[in-house]
Design a protein around this ligand. Sequence first.
Ligand SMILES: Cc1cc2nc3c(=O)[nH]c(=O)nc-3n(C[C@H](O)[C@H](O)[C@H](O)COP(=O)(O)OP(=O)(O)OC[C@H]3O[C@@H](n4cnc5c(N)ncnc54)[C@H](O)[C@@H]3O)c2cc1C
Length: 396
Amino acid sequence: MTNISIISKDNCTGCSACITICPQKCIEMQVDEEQFNYPKIDEKKCIDCGLCLKTCPADAPTQLYDNLEVYAATGKNKAIVEKSSSGGAFILCAQYVIEKLNGYVCGAVLEDGLNLKHKIVNTMDDVQKMQGSKYIQSDMENCFEIIINLLKAGKYVLFSGTPCQVAGLRKIVKKGEDYLFTLDLICHGVPSAYAFSYYMKKMYGEEEYSNFTFRQRNKYLLTSYPYFHENVQKKRDRYKLIEAFEDPFYQSFIEGNNYRESCYTCRYAQARRCGDITIGDCANSNAYKSLLGRSLSSIVVNTEQGSKLWNGVKEQFEYVIADYEKEVKLNKQLHEPVNRPNKREDFYYDLKEMGNDDFKEKYCSKRGLKEKIKHFILWHIPVKTRIKLKKLMGRI
Ligand SMILES: Cc1cc2nc3c(=O)[nH]c(=O)nc-3n(C[C@H](O)[C@H](O)[C@H](O)COP(=O)(O)OP(=O)(O)OC[C@H]3O[C@@H](n4cnc5c(N)ncnc54)[C@H](O)[C@@H]3O)c2cc1C
């Protein structure tokens, strides 16, 4: 059986819109040598209708919107927001859709260790598994098809994902748009999830992971970037924390060495957005004195549908009107895609071929004295004390 690709590999985001729309069901995802998913057409079954290309958000872009309202916000209920990456924008929107609209939520869940997949759920217990950013690409599986059927049945659905995933979904939803709410993340770029699983086994030799997270918050840091996980098989050393700077895969995520090729030319890394609401880490958080010391989400309301959702949830937040121009200036992903570094060329080849020590040597940059001192201060002086000190120094 010969398979042919749909659009150029450099542009395909792997969103799965083409698979969902195909009337012949003759497209399926296959992993390439870097373990990213790409759609392949079985040309024996293909009737050349061209629907796959017409709905491809990389080939024919989805509509983008200028923002209507912009906020810096954090959830009032600290217990529920604690597991979130920033201010809990996602979980509070999800709670509203499940509890008030009796609807469904689609988001990314780490399953059976390190497999990242989009799932559709309708209970708070399940939706909490979606909280937290996972810095690898999520597999959409057949979520778009299920969402289309839910919308047709008059059920509310909240979809949360990267802008390219939101763009893909918007291209294929024809009926029931009034029931769909979309949250697009401000997004850096995504590394290959399957390569990540392979890497973790090769580097750390662990067999089973549970409660794996990519971000942590504690009394020292409002947000930090370590892998943190539990190994249920172990009695001793059950919990493990590996900071981004000491791990070549994580450090490469931060530097942009391991993204999907389409991320470097992402047409959605800009101020105009494709989701009803855009959520991200508030980059200008120090400017909002009343919320100082809190972890803040940027909440950018882009459409009337987004306003409906925001009006339903805003009571759950402490929030201030935010300066979007400043946010765009400070948050690179709101004005341009990440540059493709030279190291991207070798990353996935090196991952397979290099020994762990050489791989670490190449992809973990050396930290200077200044960075080491900053790290020491951050991990030894609690956030509240740092804020008090800053205020005191300001007065002086
Ligand atoms: C790969 C990636 C890169 C990001 N880059 C930036 C950035 O450069 N600047 C910035 O301001 N913010 C970025 N974010 C967004 C940020 O990390 C937070 O997700 C955002 O601030 C929302 O926080 P929250 O507290 O509302 O929700 P959270 O509890 O963090 O949940 C956010 C939602 O993200 C979804 N999600 C998590 N991981 C993935 C994934 N891999 N693919 C698709 N959906 C996912 C979850 O399903 C959940 O619905 C990125 C997120 C991801 C996943």
